[in-house]
Design a protein around this ligand. Structure first.
Ligand code: HEC
Ligand code: HEC
Length: 278
């Protein structure tokens, strides 16, 4: 047993090094991704890759589109089935009604982002609205504020995932996507150094009315310092299901902030929240 394990481990190490040896020179030879994007010379593969990064990053889509069941799990669903089925749904009255094919899917996806309430997937509407109002934020407005090119990139990513050839236009030279969208790392890598940056980094204002977002998926946090001490506020961020705020449901707030946040970021956020006026 042990011998086999050692062999497997050695093999793994060997493969890993061979892998690196093969990859490294190519990586060094490539121009930095950012430059490629800033010239506007993005091909469709680049658009799809950008869309994937935006989906999990700046777009904050995975805050809700995950496996917690509060929104369709767009990364796990078979989009080749679900997306076309929306267009023939009796309740669907949007721009792609009665159409089919990749172009219709593009229209549906862009519409979902610009006017989420145009069609609400059954069972996911805001409570008490009988699936007529979507809890999803309009993503080309604050706080998410995606540009048209960024929404096109996400559309290309989702079209591709659904098995369609992306039909979105490529950005022309000079139409550079926002710099923070193109460089993958820095948002996730460096710890936020002030509270507003930390709140933006973790998408709190997508659900809570913070920094003027007027989001109402989560409770208002104004005056929270009067109701809870620091430890209780921290706990409700790190372990949201431990105690559910009155009138709200469990499982909506991401459960993994504890894994993503630095202690310094948590402290900044707690300090900021407890000082919010009533
Ligand atoms: C605050 C939670 C939330 C966020 C953030 C969010 N969505 Fe949604 N989204 C939903 C919910 C809930 C639905 C289902 C109700 C509906 O159809 O509007 C939905 C529906 C959709 C649909 C239709 C899915 C289908 O199966 O027909 C698409 C496409 C979509 N969202 C894309 C996005 C993208 C792209 C982003 C990020 C830029 C995003 N969403 C961010 C909650 C969210
Ligand atoms: C996808 C939506 C969503 C996101 C993103 C989100 N929250 Fe929440 N949050 C909720 C919901 C819904 C509740 C109420 C249910 C509960 O208590 O878990 C809540 C509850 C809370 C509470 C407890 C409020 C009370 O009155 O008991 C605090 C504090 C809080 N969130 C802070 C944050 C912070 C800080 C962030 C960002 C790091 C954040 N939330 C991100 C949806 C969200």
């Amino acid at each position: 047993m042990t011998f086999a394990r050692v062999m497997i481990f050695s093999l793994f190490v060997l493969l890993a090094f061979t892998g690196f040896a093969n990859i490294l020179p190519q990586v060094q030879g490539d121009p930095p991704a950012e430059e490629e994007i800033n010239t506007g010379s993005l091909d469709m593969a680049g658009m799809i890759a950008l869309g994937e990064r935006l989906f999990t990053g700046k777009g904050t889509c995975t805050l809700c589109h995950n496996n917690l069941g509060r929104a369709p799990d767009l990364l796990m669903d078979d989009l080749s089935q679900t997306l076309p089925s929306r267009l023939v749904d009796a309740r669907y009255e949007g721009v792609a009604k009665g159409k089919n094919g990749a172009g219709a899917i593009e229209e549906y996806l862009l519409e979902s982002m610009r006017e989420p309430s145009k069609f609400v997937v059954a069972g996911y509407g805001k409570k008490g609205t009988n699936d007529t109002v979507s809890p999803m934020p309009v993503v080309n407005k604050a706080p998410v504020s995606l540009s048209d090119i960024e929404m096109n990139a996400i559309t290309a990513f989702l079209q591709n995932k659904a098995g369609f050839d992306p039909t979105v236009p490529l950005p022309s030279a000079g139409e550079a996507p926002a710099a923070d969208a193109s460089d993958d790392g820095d948002e996730e890598d460096g710890p936020a150094t002030d509270a507003v940056a930390a709140i933006e980094k973790f998408g709190c204002s997508t659900c809570h009315d913070l920094e003027g977002s007027e989001a109402d998926l989560g409770p208002k946090l104004n005056g929270i310092g009067k109701r809870m001490d620091d430890a209780a506020i921290a706990k409700s961020i790190l372990d949201p299901n431990a105690q559910i705020a009155e009138g709200f449901e469990a499982d909506l707030m991401p459960q993994d902030f504890g894994e993503q946040m630095r202690v310094s970021e948590l402290n900044l956020i707690v300090d900021y929240l407890k000082k919010l006026p009533e």
